[in-house]
Write a protein that binds this ligand. Structure first.
Ligand SMILES: [Zn+2]
Ligand SMILES: [Zn+2]
Length: 532
């Protein structure tokens, strides 16, 4: 009987870790003998094809590695299937990325179904112990209108609380001359309604829609208004455990009204609020702002973070300005019919980054830096060894071979990116996921553009995009692999400004680049081909 120990990994940082007994392994797979067991090998699930590829390289023949998110799918939005549940239920080790890359639904499914004694490792959250590095997200996309999302704050930083708790934001009332809706545009064009007043606009009570966020997270939203005038939206928020229970120290946020001035001067509304509250009123018309549920105080505030300076505003004395320049035609897709006919004019605050965009303080796309993948490989080696000590020598040898390959890949990437002309080193992308690539290979994320599949940039954003392209003299724009035909405006602006629009891999692999190293090299090649 063998009891595994975890070298070089702090057990306290690994969820649900428990010593693994050989008898338990046999029982788990339902096999009759240890011989059969070893033939089948260790069962490993990884949340993404990229993690699965690294885990397969380390495991070799000793393990069967399954990716939960299929190749080509978007891990930010992927919802687990029944088959995934079964794979997790038979797994000895589960690797997730963590840092809120995956939907909380997926992480919870893993936690809930992994057998007792199996090992669960959030790779990105552990790589620093192996020399990997993490980059915080600083959001400074300069849009020409406010960039309005949802956020939670005030909860203690506790990994277990974070994994189990979600905060539900619910719209409970709305008023205004037209329809008010908030929604999330998925990477491949889907629309998830978060709040919708309905066509007549005035809804004094009820549930007008809701969405859930993990703790310490925020999400970006698109906001649409069908008529000019003054709108209000009432929001409440509640933090609950996985079982729906209330949590000590986390306070419900009572229904709170947020005010919008759409296509009209915000001054009249500002004066009215000032008279009502006796407080000075702020008009917010630019920058990144989140409607923030303060779970310690039970208040809803509007949190801005311009130039690294965090300020919180009381919604009772704040007007959010949605200027006329945000007016644009409703896209043609059927997913927008709840707002009107194709070509109808709506005022639209853009979500600004492609895809469902729930994220925390740290960029989760760690693998775009090869040194981070090397750190991940070593973490995977130690995790597999902990679950299967008899395989230690194999895992060590496989990892050495993988690290050698990754060193070569890293060297090659430095060579390729180093040869790019300076203008080609400015990346303008649709997916906000290349901080690590830029920081490791001395590129610059010059900006990102928001053709959130369907919600195309407004005329002003096109102007800004043109200006960015001209100012930086960028030779190319990059969209996510597989999304080319969903970004017609990007291609139109590209044509008008004489820059090419090309695809980059971000969060997945496919048959053209079936391994991690091939994916990284394919991106380097794409940037070279597209920009020189
Ligand atoms: Zn964000
Ligand atoms: Zn991503």
């Amino acid at each position: 009987m063998s009891v595994a120990v975890l070298p070089a990994v702090q057990p306290s940082r690994i969820h649900r870790w428990a010593p693994l007994l050989l008898t338990a392994l046999i029982a788990l797979t339902g096999c009759g003998s240890a011989g059969e067991r070893s033939q089948e090998g260790l069962q490993v699930v990884a949340s993404t094809p990229i993690l699965a590829d690294l885990a397969s390289a380390v495991a070799g023949d000793r393990a069967q590695v399954t990716s939960l998110v299929p190749a080509g799918a978007d891990p930010h939005t992927y919802e687990p299937s029944l088959r995934d549940v079964r794979d997790v239920a038979y797994a000895d080790v589960a690797f997730t990325n963590g840092l809120l890359l995956e939907q909380q639904k997926l992480v919870r499914m893993v936690d809930a179904n992994l057998p007792e004694g199996a090992l669960s490792v959030a790779v990105a959250e552990e790589i620093e112990s192996y020399g990997g590095s993490l980059i915080p997200i600083v959001e400074d996309a300069s849009l020409d209108s406010i960039w309005l999302g949802l956020r939670t704050s005030g909860a203690p930083r506790d990994a277990d609380l974070g994994r189990d708790t979600s905060v539900t934001f619910r719209a409970t009332a709305a008023s205004g001359p037209g329809q008010l809706a908030a929604f999330i545009t998925g990477a491949f064009g889907s629309v998830e309604k978060v709040a919708d007043s309905g066509a007549d606009g005035d809804r004094s009570a009820g549930n007008l829609g809701e969405t859930s966020l993990p703790l310490q997270a925020h999400t970006h939203l698109s906001w649409a208004y069908t008529q000019p005038g003054i709108y209000s939206l009432e929001l409440e928020a509640q933090a609950r455990g996985a079982d729906g229970a209330t949590l000590d120290g986390l306070t419900d946020v009572r229904p709170t009204t947020v005010h919008f001035a759409v296509g009209v001067s915000p001054d009249i509304q500002a004066r009215a609020l000032q008279e009502a509250t006796g407080q000075p009123v702020t008009v917010l018309d630019a920058g990144h702002a989140d409607l923030t549920a303060q779970l310690d105080t039970g208040r809803l505030v509007i949190r801005t973070d311009s130039d690294g300076q965090v300020t919180e505003y009381d919604p009772a004395s704040t007007v959010i300005a949605v200027p006329s320049r945000t007016l644009q035609e409703l896209p043609a897709g059927p997913q927008y019919r709840f707002l009107g006919k194709p070509g109808d004019q709506v005022y639209l605050l853009a979500q600004a980054v492609l895809g469902k965009h729930v994220h925390g303080e740290i960029d989760p796309h760690i693998w775009h830096s090869v040194p981070n993948a090397m750190a991940a490989a070593q973490l995977i080696r130690d995790s597999l060894t902990a679950a299967d000590p008899a395989g230690a020598a194999t895992y060590r040898a496989n990892t050495e071979a993988l690290l050698t390959e990754l060193e070569d890949t890293d060297r090659e990437l430095h060579r390729i990116y180093g040869q790019l002309p300076d203008t080609a080193k400015n990346l303008v992308t649709t997916h906000d996921g290349y901080r690590y690539l830029a920081s490791t290979y001395r590129l610059t994320v010059a900006g990102y553009v928001s053709p959130g599949a369907g919600v195309e940039p407004s005329i002003q954003q096109r102007e800004r995009l043109r200006r960015t392209i001209n100012d930086l003299a960028v030779p190319a724009l990059y969209t996510e692999r597989g999304s080319m035909n969903r970004t017609p405006v990007l291609q139109q602006v590209g044509k008008e400004t004489g820059v090419r629009v090309c695809e980059l891999y971000s969060d997945s692999l496919d048959t053209d680049a079936p391994s991690y190293s091939q994916m990284m090299l394919a991106n380097a090649q794409a940037i070279t081909d597209c920009s020189t």
